[in-house]
Design a protein around this ligand. Structure first.
Ligand code: ATP
Length: 311
């Protein structure tokens, strides 16, 4: 009988994301909100290498500020590996090496990408062959953005953001991202939004408990037209993020004064995403923002979701 040797290491990568549209519903009784999100996966990838081991451990390196990334069992990659082992009855562990390139606590789903890449890598390392549907359900248990990191491309997320349906999109959008040297906690930004809505309850329309993505966003993505998409970029979390970090308003103004079609805070921030008309426009904007001593990276989207990397 021939037996296939277990791999010595499995390498997977998964993309970060930009929310090109994010509407937050009314606060629900359980303390959460439903959301309507148009996600686009972008070409900043997290890398995970999984090695056979008896227990679970993680090491983190990369090109972004790493001080806020835990290296104990609270790292979402370890949670993902443990969850997969529990679900499949696998008895061993894994040593995980994460290469981080998505800004940490930047509103771009870096942790979620680590979780998605870990699920794929460990599934291949252990030979557990979890069906895709079940992997998506494990992903949703790990966090609302994890299923999208698995699927990538362009998608609409409703419910907590984890009920995904693919959206038609063509072309490549050129993004210029300003990465802050501080993070914003997602729960803090949601709390600030709730406080704001409470303070101004008389002046603003009550939030829709079940928000949806505007048809114009879907049309712009289908057309692959950056000018149309720029008109529709929207984020309910932008105002509370700016309230918590007023310096972001100056960043938005600077980008728009230097050729960006539009700028938007990505997710709960503080990363600011600028949409450029084309590659030349993106390069010019990158130079202008770098000259203002901002930390700038360029990315294109949409790109594929989590994948194994063959060596
Ligand atoms: P999102 O856009 O999904 O709200 P984010 O991009 O703003 O998330 P992450 O970088 O994913 O934020 O990290 C959020 C928090 O999760 C951090 O405070 C960090 O301490 C914790 N964390 C746990 N595991 C990881 C990981 N592998 N990488 C980064 N942060 C992690």
């Amino acid at each position: 009988m021939t037996s296939v040797a277990a791999p010595k290491m499995v390498h997977a990568k998964a993309p970060g994301k930009i929310n090109v549209f994010l509407k937050v519903g009314a606060l629900l009784d359980d303390g959460y909100h439903d959301v309507a999100i148009a996600y686009q996966a972008v070409s900043l990838y997290e890398e995970v290498r999984a090695y056979p081991a008896d227990d679970f451990s993680v090491e983190v390196a990369g090109t972004v500020e790493l001080s806020r990334v835990p290296t104990d069992g609270s790292n979402i990659a370890i949670k993902a590996a443990r969850l997969l082992a529990r679900r499949t009855g696998f008895r061993g562990g894994a040593h995980l090496e994460i290469g981080k390139h998505v800004p940490v606590t930047g509103g771009m789903g870096g942790g979620s990408a680590d979780a998605a890449a870990t699920l794929l890598a460990c599934d291949a390392l252990w030979g557990t062959e979890l069906p895709r549907e079940e992997m998506l359900s494990l992903a949703a248990q790990l966090g609302a953005d994890v299923p999208f990191a698995l699927t990538g491309g362009t998608a609409i997320g409703t419910g907590r953001g984890d009920q995904l349906s693919p959206a038609l999109a063509q072309g490549q959008f050129q993004w210029v991202l300003v990465v802050a040297d501080f993070g914003l906690s997602t729960p803090d930004v949601y709390r600030e939004l709730d406080r704001h809505r409470e303070r101004h309850a008389q002046d603003i329309f009550p939030a829709d408990p079940q928000p949806s993505v505007d048809a114009n966003v879907l049309q712009a993505l289908r057309a692959g037209d950056p000018h149309m998409l720029a008109e529709t970029l929207y984020n309910d979390l932008q105002a509370p993020a700016l309230h918590l970090e007023p310096s972001l308003a100056g960043v938005l103004e600077l980008g728009e004064a230097n050729g960006a079609l539009a700028g938007v805070v990505s997710g709960s921030g503080p990363t600011v995403a600028f949409l450029a008309p084309d590659l030349d426009g993106a390069l010019e904007l990158q130079i202008a923002l770098s000259a203002a001593r901002l930390n700038v990276v360029r990315a294109t989207g949409p790109v594929h979701g989590a994948r194994l990397v063959t060596q």
